[in-house]
Design a protein around this ligand. Structure first.
Ligand SMILES: Cc1ncc(C[n+]2csc(CCOP(=O)(O)OP(=O)(O)O)c2C)c(N)n1
Length: 923
């Protein structure tokens, strides 16, 4: 077989021969025409591919190994010992799953995937995956999630997981009760914070996160925040996983940015969960075309060393031709059957092939390995991959799913979910891998660990010592970053003096201020997905530059402008283009840098809020799992506030989804000073106190007269979820900030009524974000037209209020005596004064706090499809405008006291309610 890379020529060593071939083509075109010439050329290319010749621009080669046997480097390890270690890991991984399932049939687990991937993992662990150690931050390894048992099995041999740990695979709660550590089903840093680094359980997230992680390493280097150190990002994934859009979404980015610090290993066992990945085609061919076309270096590792002798004998290419017309479904059937079957159905298909194995036994044919099961060849592929320069590399390794599970599982359609093996299958597995386990121990599924001074353990420990120690390993501590004084970057917001400004403008200005801070500035990572101009961030282009791995190779059209589009190698903004999945992956990389690189960074990803939790919620969930810290800024938010954009763009649900992410603290502020208080607090929590949480802040593009921060005492309410901005009596104009420093929170912190110094309100209006102005207008109207005293509260976070309410309730129910027995809601809203809450999100958002409001409670929201019109029209349509808030307030009052009937009817008449036949959430 030819070695594709080794034989590629860059200069013409025989011009006469070349010209003869050219003349032949010319004469063919002249005598037989263009179509005939095209036909002949295609036939030649097919023949070339079958011979292992890959021409420039050709993205598919023969179904053979890229690296010829003679070009493999000498294997530096002890092959026999490594094979034994791999066998032991296979056994312990299998035993772990089967035991868990025997104990509790409901627990689940996978055997077949790791069985196929074991050698791919092991070569990495024995030779390539470097752990963090003195002076080196370590490689990053994204591991296939359902192969986790194999990783636990190896950690057991290495001695950093115990037998008890293994016995509690997927029993994390039980283990804890017993004072032990359970093992999570898949890689979850949230659950095993000092072990797993990257959550890969949701297919597709590992690959895209890995690419952006490799890219972020380069970003840090190019910005001189990290030294180039040769760290690698490895991703070990399945071939079925490559169907996920996220898996392949960033392939061209990786090639474009020449990420030669990135190596993917795709375990092509040709099967996914239900059946073959490409029964009627060949996934390796398809992935080769895809990756090579995207600009990656592709290393095919299709056949193991046992095939080399056959291929060497096969001088006329019979094997390559046979491979070329065998589809994956058939290869799977070959994997599921024995040597006799393979002889009959593969080799006996023609005399040339039959002759190749004429002197081979069926057992020898059965033992013909695929490339991904050959440790020497895997080593050769990894060896070449880490030395390749200028491109990311993918290794496409063919394996058998359920390798070694024999008739019980190897290559079976159902093997993915197999977690039970009968006695015969267990003994056969033991024998297949020559494990020194007695029948009794085998049937009792005992974990096997060789003696501490055995050749296997000594070898394993020495290999890991060379590679820096245990892996996986996650760093939990990180240096602190000082948070600049708020006055420095948000004075304009804390003392806005009624200036008109949108909260988007405010946050961008704050970001600009933070970027100027000596210590924090360079650690901020602004991220946009082609919407910087939309959010008024174009000034940052020039100020801090747009990161580009190539610098700027052109003169930008707007070079003369002060805001010109400046790309730079050390640019700070990550301008990701139209990929929210890519942008959030960058955000995750930056947000986990404190752990991954020991270098805290502070990402701000600013995006159309509709394209956040709704579109890439699972990537956010994975970021939460890996304890990312940073700010997600949902801009142009609110279903009625983003006037003209209509149904697709108007976000009315992100806060609902955000509330389901446990370590996401979600805020929907109205005023610029609220934004400042939230940012200040978030930075302190994440950068100083090292809390593994992140902040979602929605901002809008509606200009509002911005009041001053009423006083420091307002901070608590802003952070806990609500603070009063208007008292029942209008003489106390807290909303404008012109009154003395006294906030409702200060009143209520004493658990006393917040009306101690005021007239009691008749009604309370709660409003979040852009609805606050509507509520203030409603209060005004209720007062002016109907003599009703309405208190107005800015609800910065319904979800924080709900969490607090839930926690206090639980404390009470469980009899836990904590000092604050009352929730913030109960402190703020004592008594039974009716409450109306308005949100620019679906009603379920304000409904979150219903349980802790003792008064009649009405929620208004924007349930239904958005549509385009002015804000005023939209708010009227969704029945959340000031008038509607007032109507609902009167309705609640009328329910309590019929003296309000007339006022309610008056407002109904004004709003022409009987003619409102359209139900907003149904239309
Ligand atoms: C987004 C997502 N969808 C579905 C699953 C369920 N699932 C787990 S593994 C798997 C099949 C994986 O096949 P492949 O990538 O070929 O890996 P193999 O197990 O064959 O090595 C599926 C469908 C998942 N984990 N994530």
């Amino acid at each position: 077989m030819l070695d594709i890379v080794a034989t590629r020529q860059t200069s013409d060593i025989d011009p006469i021969e070349t010209s003869e071939w050219r003349d032949a083509l010319l004469s063919l075109v002249q005598t037989a025409g263009i179509e005939r010439a095209a036909y002949v050329l295609e036939a030649l290319l097919a023949q070339a591919a079958a011979l292992g010749v890959r021409a420039g621009g050709q993205t598919r080669s023969a179904y053979l190994n890229t690296i010829a046997a003679r070009n493999e480097p000498p294997f530096p390890g002890d092959l026999a010992v490594e094979e034994r270690i791999a066998s032991i890991n296979r056994w312990n991984a299998l035993a772990m799953v089967v035991r868990a399932n025997q104990a509790h049939g409901e627990l689940g687990g996978h055997i077949a995937s790791y069985a196929s991937a074991a050698d791919l993992f092991e070569v990495g662990f024995n030779h390539f995956f470097r752990a963090p150690c003195e002076g080196f931050a370590g490689d990053l390894v994204y591991l296939q999630p359902h192969s986790a048992p194999g990783v636990y099995a190896r950690a057991f041999l290495e001695g950093f997981l115990s037998e008890d740990d293994l016995a509690h695979f997927r029993q994390e709660i039980t283990a804890r009760e017993r004072g032990l550590r359970g093992l999570s089903s898949y890689p979850h840093p949230w659950l095993m914070p000092d072990f797993w680094q990257f959550p890969t359980g949701s297919m597709g997230i590992g690959p895209i996160n890995a690419i952006y992680q490799a890219r972020f390493m380069r970003y840090l280097e190019h910005r001189s925040l990290a030294q180039p150190s040769g760290r690698k990002v490895w991703g070990l994934f399945g071939d079925g996983e490559m169907d996920e859009p996220e898996s392949i979404a960033a392939l061209t980015l990786a090639a474009r940015e020449k990420l030669d610090n990135l190596v993917f290993v795709v375990n092509c066992n040709l099967q996914r969960l239900d059946g073959p990945v490409r029964g009627n085609g060949r996934i390796i061919d398809e992935l080769e075309t895809l990756y090579a076309g995207a600009g990656w270096n592709v290393i095919k590792l299709v056949w193991g060393g046992d095939w080399d002798a056959l291929l060497a004998r096969d001088t006329d290419g019979a094997l390559a031709r046979a491979f070329a017309h065998t589809v994956d479904g058939q290869f799977q059937t070959f994997a599921a059957n024995d040597g006799a079957y393979n002889r009959a159905h593969f080799f006996n298909q023609n005399p040339e092939l039959a002759a190749l194995v004429a002197d081979w036994s069926d057992e020898a044919i059965d033992r013909l390995r695929r490339g991904g099961h050959d440790i020497v060849k895997i080593h050769a592929a990894y060896h070449r991959a880490v030395r390749h320069r200028g491109q990311p590399t993918v290794i496409l390794a063919q394996t058998k799913k359920g390798f070694g599970m024999g008739t019980a599982g190897q290559g079976k359609m159902t093997t993915h979910q197999q977690k039970k093996l009968d006695d015969e299958a267990l003994l056969a597995f033991r024998d297949r891998f020559a494990l020194p386990i007695s029948d009794a121990d085998c049937l009792a599924l005992k974990f096997y660990k060789p003696a501490q001074d055995s050749a296997e353990l000594r070898y394993l420990q020495s290999r890991r010592a060379v590679l820096g120690g245990h892996l996986p390993r996650r760093r939990t501590e990180s240096p602190r970053l000082p948070v600049p004084a708020t006055e420095q970057w948000a004075r304009f917001a804390l003392q806005a003096d009624g200036k008109e400004m949108s909260s988007t403008m405010a946050i961008v200005r704050m970001l600009g201020g933070l970027l100027k801070d000596d210590q924090l500035g360079s650690r901020i990572v602004p991220i946009v997905a082609d919407e910087a101009r939309t959010f008024g961030m174009a000034n940052l282009f020039r100020q801090i530059g747009i990161y580009s791995a190539q610098g700027q190779l052109y003169e930008p059209e707007d070079i003369g402008s002060v805001l010109y589009y400046r790309e730079a190698l050390d640019g700070q903004i990550l301008e990701e283009g139209i990929t929210e999945a890519g942008a959030i992956s960058s955000w995750t990389a930056a947000g986990t840098s404190y752990s991954v690189n020991g270098l805290p960074m502070l990402p701000f990803y600013i995006y159309y809020s509709m394209f956040g939790f709704q579109r890439i919620g699972d990537l956010i969930w994975a970021a939460a799992d890996q304890r990312a810290r940073g700010f997600l800024i949902g801009a142009t938010s609110g279903r009625t506030t983003l006037g003209g954009e209509g149904l697709q763009h108007q976000d009315g649900s992100s806060h609902l989804i955000a509330s389901t992410v446990p370590n996401c603290r979600a805020y929907d502020p109205a005023y610029a000073y609220e934004v400042a208080v939230i940012l200040e607090h978030g930075m302190k929590r994440m950068l100083d106190e090292q809390c593994d949480e992140f902040y979602y802040v929605t901002v809008t593009n509606e200009n509002l007269a911005q009041p001053n921060l009423p006083g420091d005492s307002a901070r608590e309410g802003i952070l806990r979820g609500m603070h009063r901005v208007r008292t029942a009596m209008p003489r106390d104009e807290l909303a404008t900030g012109s009154e003395p420093d006294r906030s409702a929170a200060a009143d209520s912190a004493t658990a006393q009524s917040n009306v101690d110094n005021d007239e009691p309100p008749h009604v309370r209006l709660l409003a979040a974000g852009p609805m606050l102005n509507e509520a203030l207008r409603a209060a005004e109207r209720l007062h002016q037209d109907f003599g009703i005293a309405a208190e107005v509260w800015s609800v910065t976070s319904f979800s924080e209020l709900a969490r607090d309410g839930r926690a206090c309730e639980r404390d009470r129910v469980l009899g836990l005596n904590r000092p604050s027995a009352q929730s913030w809601l109960e402190q703020c809203l004592p008594g039974t004064v009716p409450v109306v809450a308005a949100s620019d999100y679906v009603r379920a958002v304000p409904d979150q706090i219903r349980a802790w409001i003792k008064a009649p409670y009405r929620t208004l929201g924007t349930d239904g499809f958005g549509r385009s019109d002015t804000r005023a029209r939209l708010r009227d349509f969704f029945e959340v405008s000031a008038d509607w808030i007032a109507l609902h307030a009167l309705d609640l009052l009328a329910e309590q006291d019929s003296r309000h009937d007339a006022a309610r009817q008056q407002l109904r008449d004004q709003l022409n309610t009987t003619r409102r036949t359209v139900v907003p959430w149904l239309s």
